[in-house]
Design a protein around this ligand. Structure first.
Ligand SMILES: [Zn+2]
Ligand SMILES: [Zn+2]
Length: 141
């Protein structure tokens, strides 16, 4: 099923021909980037077609990934894994950018040990700590 979406101002629009799962990342980098957890829908490399790409501002935010925002309105657009790290260059696109999102369930949470104590998501899905997902890394995500 094809999915469409856009940033706050509409300068950047996308069509995802395929989506994977919805996960929440509570790492401090995603908190500062989005203002809360990143509720990211995975989109395989090659499945994301972007229009308005001249408005996309991309920053390298770790040794294995970049984060992109709309340079016009500031909306977070996607977290992207480098090719060669997970082997794909896949994207994590914030759920809120999608036009249709009611049928995309939350299936996992990571960096659960960094989640602020004042809220919690319902559901009986896996919740992994930083040490469980990246035991060898000295840094955040
Ligand atoms: Zn925008
Ligand atoms: Zn994160």
């Amino acid at each position: 099923m094809t999915r469409t979406g856009s940033c706050f101002c509409g300068a950047v629009q996308f069509v995802a021909s395929e989506i994977g799962k919805l996960g929440a990342c509570h790492c401090t980098s995603c908190q500062r980037w989005t203002g809360g957890p990143l509720l990211g829908v995975s989109v395989p490399e090659g499945a994301l077609v972007v229009t308005g790409s001249e408005h996309v501002v991309t920053r390298r935010t770790s040794g294995w990934a970049t984060r992109s925002n709309c340079g016009t309105c500031g909306s977070p657009l996607w977290y992207r894994y480098d090719k060669g790290v997970d082997g794909t260059g896949s994207y994590e696109v914030p759920l809120g950018l999608f036009d249709e999102k009611d049928d995309i369930p939350l299936t996992s949470e990571i960096f659960i040990d960094f989640k602020p104590a004042g809220f919690a998501f319902a559901g009986n899905h896996p919740r992994r700590t930083r040490a469980e997902i990246m035991p060898a890394s000295p840094e955040g995500a």
